[in-house]
Design a binder for this molecule. Structure first.
Ligand code: ARG
Length: 271
């Protein structure tokens, strides 16, 4: 069983997250975010990573791009290349330039998707062994899959998401290692559920409560899972699978439909 350990991540300091003023997924509650609490929760997540020896690179948030805090959506990093996202919603498109600048300044080679290919980075994509699983239906489509497959020279498996609450793959799906993944069956259509069952030897169901608690939106490093606080049954499931869990209260970010995974773009694993 292969367990990868994270070496470094990219995160965005939520300096203006509370100005959120639009709704593009059903979890969003504009006007209710408390800026200082969000900042404190984010710092807690940063500190959890630092305690685990993970290097945290920080990009600061300018005005006018509240969802920019969700670093994972900005692109997929592979080695020193990054496949830059193209956001489905107009509301998020201005975020890209800031990440593009950061990646360029930090020596990454930027790869672009062709016009008309929408893609929201790791929000909708997980590597599983030698394949890339991509969530389609809300922020990406079949054309995205073709384009990403070409850009990364990898086999892409589309997974059809059925409900707007699971607008991104990382709300209803979480791989732990090369054998085990969590999923919320109702987030996917029948065919995609079958695809997952064929592909993943140990596919563990998440309950509705666990899914609504954003259990899937977690970060896995070695045998530790950093996840949204207040998910005791998920913690139990992890323990049974031999994983430690670190709880972080990220309730302010849930008010935009995000959690630990959304806030964290993994740059590098240990070899
Ligand atoms: N409000 C953001 C959106 O709807 C939340 C994105 C969270 N990111 C994620 N990877 N699930 O785009």
């Amino acid at each position: 069983m292969k367990q990868k350990t994270i070496k470094s991540v990219l995160m965005c300091k939520p300096l203006h997250f509370a100005e959120l003023n639009y709704i593009i997924n059903p979890w969003m509650k504009p006007g209710t975010i408390k800026e200082q609490i969000a900042l404190d929760q984010w710092e807690q997540l940063v500190n959890s990573y630092k305690k685990l020896g993970i290097t945290v690179n920080v990009i600061e948030q300018p005005l006018g791009v509240p969802d920019m805090v969700f670093a994972t959506d900005q692109g997929i990093v592979h080695g020193k290349k990054v496949l830059l996202s193209r956001f489905w919603h107009e509301e998020r498109r201005d975020e890209t330039q800031f990440y593009k600048d950061w990646f360029e300044q930090n020596g990454y080679q930027i790869e672009y998707l062709p016009a008309g290919a929408y893609f929201e980075g790791n929000g909708d994509a997980y590597f599983f062994k030698n394949k890339l699983l991509v969530g389609i239906g809300f922020r990406a489509d079949e054309f995205t899959c073709e384009a990403v497959s070409k850009a990364l020279d990898i086999e892409v498996i589309p997974l059809q998401i059925t409900n707007a609450s699971f607008y991104h793959l990382d709300v209803g799906f979480l791989p732990l290692n090369d054998e085990t993944a969590f999923y919320y069956p109702k987030a996917f259509n029948k065919r995609s559920r079958e695809v997952l069952k064929q592909l993943i030897p140990n596919l563990v169901e998440l309950s509705e409560e666990e899914t609504e608690g954003f259990s899937a939106n977690s970060v896995v490093t070695g045998n530790t899972v950093i996840h949204q606080a207040g998910n005791p049954t998920f913690t139990e499931k992890l323990k049974k699978l031999g994983y430690n869990s670190i709880d972080v209260d990220l309730s302010e970010f849930k008010k935009s439909g995000g959690g630990a995974h959304c806030l964290t773009n993994i740059l590098k694993y240990y070899e």
